[in-house]
Design a protein around this ligand. Structure first.
Ligand SMILES: Nc1ccn([C@@H]2O[C@H](COP(=O)(O)OP(=O)(O)OP(=O)(O)O)[C@@H](O)[C@H]2O)c(=O)n1
Ligand SMILES: C[C@](O)(CO)[C@H](O)COP(=O)(O)O
Length: 237
């Protein structure tokens, strides 16, 4: 099913500590932002992208879109002080009435297969997210002592993209704004409507570039993918 995608891209990258918006950092000689946009640019179901940006970075981003020949329509929205506000500003620029995806511009390893599974679930249920089961033992800590160990079997680490019927996400953001609720993802706003949210399997490689060590993982993921593509190319069977 076709969709528009909102990409919050207006962060500061404070935890990355690179002194610039981390989306301009390069992986394999190409900015992180372009790695992410290319996946949507090449997805036939994507009707267009809405980029929430820092106004002072908009011209630099426009030049990158030209340089890397991004073909699909890109609409710019103004970034907000928090990610949630950036998404809400993007949502106000949506022109479709069907499905909208929200995807962190800082997650460059999303795949078309994952998007497909997600949009099918969102079409069916109105809201869907990708997530992976938590692998670590998780404990609640107060100060420097353990309060309790949380039962792990029902814990999932949530990623983006997240997909919603446009009307559902609009209702969720309006309610959150009215009630002063700030969540760390969009599904948490939808849960508060309340509205059910389906979960589809994500990928442990779908990392968000947050801190310096993530760049090392990112280079390794890229290398592995390149090797896999090369191996497929030389496979004569
Ligand atoms: N006010 C904000 C904050 C974040 N984002 C975007 O939301 C995504 C996830 O945010 P995060 O990883 O927290 O990015 P930063 O805010 O850049 O990082 P930090 O919190 O370390 O400053 C990123 O694509 C980021 O550009 C945004 O559009 N507007
Ligand atoms: C939306 C998100 O990607 C879910 O994991 C994440 O919450 C975004 O940013 P955060 O500031 O690192 O929580």
């Amino acid at each position: 099913m076709s969709y528009q995608v909102i990409l919050p891209a207006a962060g500061q990258g404070k935890r990355m500590g690179a002194g610039i918006n981390k989306l301009f950092l390069e992986l394999n000689n190409m900015p992180v932002l372009i790695h992410t946009l290319l996946v949507f640019d090449e997805d036939k179901d994507c009707d267009g992208m809405i980029l929430a940006v820092n106004p002072e970075e908009q011209d630099q981003i426009k030049s990158l879109l030209d340089q890397y020949k991004i073909n699909k329509q890109v609409i710019f929205a103004q970034g907000g002080a928090e990610r949630q506000q950036s998404v809400y500003n993007g949502l106000k620029a949506v022109t479709n009435s069907g499905l909208v995806l929200v995807h962190d511009a800082a997650r460059p390893f999303i795949t078309k297969e994952m998007i497909k599974m997600l949009t099918e679930a969102a079409e069916r249920d109105g809201a869907a997210i990708v997530a992976v089961p938590v692998k670590d033992t998780v404990k609640k800590v107060a100060g420097d002592h353990v309060v309790e160990t949380i039962e792990r079997s029902s814990l999932w680490a949530v990623q983006t993209p997240q997909a919603f019927r446009v009307s559902v996400l609009l209702e969720a953001h309006k309610k959150a704004e009215m009630e002063g609720f700030l969540g760390t993802d969009d599904a948490s706003l939808v849960e508060r409507i309340p509205h059910p949210v389906a979960v589809v399997p994500g990928d442990y490689n779908n990392i968000k570039l947050t801190t310096q060590e993530d760049l090392v993982f990112a280079e390794a993921i890229l290398k592995t993918r390149t090797k896999l593509i090369e191996a497929k190319g030389t496979d004569s069977s």
